[in-house]
Each structure stands twice: as structure tokens, then as C-alpha cells.
Design a protein around this ligand. Structure first.
Ligand code: ADP
Ligand code: MG
Length: 141
């Protein structure tokens, strides 16, 4: 378990950027934490780290956004935000089961709690916590 405290949004983006370098195809990331704890900010850096130049915006209203990856033989980053999803079955209707673990995909899920028992056992959990105005704690396990 790696525990980091960041003191600016740029630092959290940098963390995501560096983390992207260690990611392998098929990775599933479960991003836990309250609203404003930095999950999407981390994803902005992570996407940059994967060579994605399009702006990462929160998928809250669309639930899922996909981005093309041109690095490391990867194809797509799927960024999900299940905050507005009321039933796990709705999330499954998006076909995420088929996307998760596919070797050319990276799947990152905000509010994974909503589908906790449908998540693959083999995943990376990242816990975000608000510590103060610009201070966040990020734990990667
Ligand atoms: P979430 O996706 O978890 O709801 P966001 O990443 O969308 O959270 O929002 C985090 C907000 O907090 C952003 O407005 C960001 O600029 C701000 N912020 C301030 N300090 C930090 C930090 N150290 N890490 C991440 N975000 C920070
Ligand atoms: Mg978010």
C-alpha cells in the first residue's frame, strides 16, 4: 500500500501521469473517495501519461467516456463515473463487464462502490480523501 499526500491539483495530476507508466493492458482501476477528493484530477494526469491529448472531463452525466490510446499497444481508456447510477444492472447495461480485463483496455471507475460485487478481484484500488483546501491523501493498493 502506497500512501501519498498532495498539496495541489497539479501534484495529483503528476501522480496520475507517473502512475500511467506502470499500467498494463487489461488494468481495472477502482477510484474510491468523496466528491471533490481528486479522482477526476488524477485521471487527467493518467490520461496524459497514456499519451491522450484530448481533455478529460468528468463523465458524471454520461457515465462513461472513452479515449483512444496510441501507446503501448493499447486501444482505449474507459473512464466511468457511477455517481448517478442507481442500480448496478444499469452499469452492466453499458457493457462494462466486457470492457474490464480486455488486454487492450484500461478501465477506470469512479464510485466503484456502486458495483462492488461485480468488480473483478484483480484490480487496483485507489482511495482518495480530502484533507484540506488543496490537500488530498491518495492510497494505492
Ligand atoms: P472527484 O472526481 O473526486 O469528485 P475532482 O478531481 O473532480 O474530484 O475535483 C477535485 C477538486 O479539488 C478540483 O477542483 C481540484 O482543482 C481541487 N484540488 C485542490 N487541491 C487538490 C489536490 N491536491 N488534488 C486534487 N484536486 C485538488
Ligand atoms: Mg469525478
Amino acid at each position: 500500500m502506497k500512501k501519498i499526500i498532495t498539496t495541489s491539483f497539479e501534484e495529483t495530476q503528476q501522480l496520475g501521469f507517473d502512475f500511467a507508466k506502470m499500467l498494463k493492458g487489461g488494468a481495472v482501476l477502482a477510484l474510491y473517495g468523496d466528491l471533490g477528493s481528486g479522482k477526476t484530477t488524477f485521471m487527467q494526469g493518467l490520461a496524459r501519461g497514456l499519451g491522450i491529448t484530448r481533455n478529460i472531463i468528468s463523465p458524471t452525466f454520461l457515465i462513461m467516456r472513452s479515449y483512444e490510446i496510441t501507446k503501448k499497444g493499447l486501444k482505449h481508456l474507459y473512464h466511468l463515473d457511477l455517481y448517478r447510477v442507481e442500480e448496478a444492472s444499469k452499469a452492466m447495461d453499458l457493457g462494462i463487464n466486457e470492457l474490464m480485463g480486455e488486454p487492450k483496455n484500461i478501465v477506470a471507475i469512479e464510485w466503484p462502490d456502486k458495483i462492488e460485487n461485480l468488480l473483478p478481484e484483480k484490480r487496483i484500488n485507489i482511495y482518495f480523501a480530502y484533507l484540506g483546501d488543496d490537500k488530498r491523501q491518495i492510497q494505492i493498493s
